[in-house]
Design a protein around this ligand. Structure first.
Ligand code: SF4
Length: 443
């Protein structure tokens, strides 16, 4: 019998990847994806702990699902509610305590257990939050997904312990998948039509995977892995995210220089330009080290696009610390960036720090920073006007005969063509810019 499932994904790309894997697990069980939760047999929330008020948002969504579940009960039907991801890991039993309608709670290393849980009758809620990352990766089904681009998780967890971040507590210690498994997954994706892969990891450039289980001492760095994957025929582009400056090795910089499949784009979060704040954050580098990396990158790959993350208003940040951040932004010139107001996460060391900066001061600083970052992004995009850029066409646009793809620098590019270009790498002469999208003509 046809069964419907709904999945809502919060937060980072890693979570979106996990949600795709959950879908791959459920399809052979006869579940069909539904866009709305109301009439589903199974409703899943794949939660994230990074953004502000993550658990409140999750509890309010559970409340909504709970109403649908009650309506279904009145009609003599059931809805299973499953909570997965980092908030599930952090809150565990508390979720069931706060809402008795929740049936399953799975930490991020446990969602592969969903099929065996669903295939049995269960009368009591099931909670699984072990750190079984190796087992999880080994139980991935072959993806049925087909598209032009895909994410591939290669590393999970983090040993860095930045004082504001919950990842080391919710995703556990760093774990790198073995090289041959990743190679197999990418090869399979390419056979399904994928042209570009983004290698995912919480600390992706700390990747240090075994070649296979027979060769435990033969370890591959991210640079070596990229080089190996680029041998796959039909794979056109490789990206990776998210990197830590402390793991930005010369070997990886050289790989960017020598491997034409590795895109000239790097997201390298700095978080703050103040050495005092970087120390408080336990980021393990100084602004001078960051600038040195940028210098090396630009000397080897002059066209590389750099993006970053910033946290504004971290406990102890004063005017001069913020000025240091603005100085580094002005000196690096980013192609785009994410910036957020600091928000304390329970369970992290920074949560215990005195946090007395007034909200209006933080908002003012964030506005100043975002204005500069938006200007830099606009300037970066404007420089592309008149260039012939290589664009990988991913999908149909909103207008007639319009196609949308991505440049090497991940900018969305719109073109008009009567020919179906999806999946093709085409040369586009960039003519104009609207907001953050480029528009051009086939050259
Ligand atoms: S490097 Fe820091 S911010 Fe990134 S996942 Fe690890 S602890 Fe979190």
């Amino acid at each position: 019998m046809k069964k419907l499932f709904y999945i809502k994904t919060y937060g980072c790309q890693m979570n979106f990847y996990d949600s795709e894997k959950i879908q791959d697990l459920l399809k052979p069980m006869g579940y069909i994806l539904s866009k709305e939760p109301e009439n589903c047999d199974l409703a899943i929330l794949n939660t994230c702990h990074i953004r502000e008020k993550a658990s409140e948002k999750m509890y309010s969504d559970i409340g909504r699902l709970s109403k649908y579940k009650k309506n279904k009960k009145l009609a003599g039907e059931n809805m299973i509610i499953a909570i997965c991801g980092c908030v599930a890991q952090a809150e565990g039993k508390e979720i069931i305590k706060r809402n008795k309608d929740v049936d399953i709670v799975l930490g991020p290393h446990n969602y592969h257990k969903l099929t065996s849980i669903l295939s049995k009758k269960f009368t009591r809620p099931v909670i699984k939050n072990e750190f079984d990352v190796e087992e999880k990766f080994n139980s991935f089904p072959k993806p049925s997904f087909s598209g032009v681009t895909a994410f591939v998780s290669i590393q999970e967890g983090c040993d860095k312990f930045c004082t504001f971040c919950v990842v080391p507590y919710t995703r556990g210690a760093e774990y790198s998948r073995n090289v041959l498994d990743i190679f197999g997954e990418v090869k399979n994706l390419v056979s399904l039509g994928v042209k570009e892969i983004t290698l995912l990891g919480q600390n992706v450039n700390a990747y240090n995977g075994k070649f296979d289980f027979q060769n435990p001492k033969n370890l591959y760095s991210l640079a070596k892995l990229c080089s190996f994957l680029s041998e796959i025929k039909g794979l056109e582009r490789i990206r990776y995210i998210t990197s830590h400056p402390a793991d930005m090795t010369d070997e990886l910089i050289l790989e960017h220089q020598n491997n034409s499949k590795l895109m000239p784009y790097l997201h390298l979060p700095i978080q703050s330009g103040s050495n005092k704040i970087l120390k408080e954050m336990n980021r393990r580098y100084t602004k001078e080290v960051y600038l040195k990396i940028v210098e090396k990158l630009r000397s080897k790959i002059p066209n590389i696009a750099l993006t970053s993350d910033f946290i504004v208003g971290f406990p102890g940040e004063n005017k001069s610390d913020f000025d240091d951040t603005m100085d580094i932004v002005k000196s690096v010139k980013f192609a785009g960036s994410y910036s957020f107001k600091y928000s304390p996460r329970p369970g992290t060391p920074a949560f215990l720090k005195k946090f007395d900066l007034e909200d209006n001061i933080i908002n003012d600083r964030l506005n100043i920073l975002q204005k500069e970052l938006n200007l830099q992004q606009k300037q970066f995009n404007e420089k592309c006007i008149g260039l012939d850029m290589e664009v990988l066409i991913e999908k149909i646009g909103k207008k007639r005969n319009q196609f949308v793809g991505r440049s090497e620098y991940l900018q969305p590019v719109h073109i008009i063509s009567r020919e179906d270009l999806i999946g093709k790498l085409v040369k586009v002469k960039i003519k104009s810019l609207t907001s953050f999208s480029l528009h051009g003509k086939l050259s």
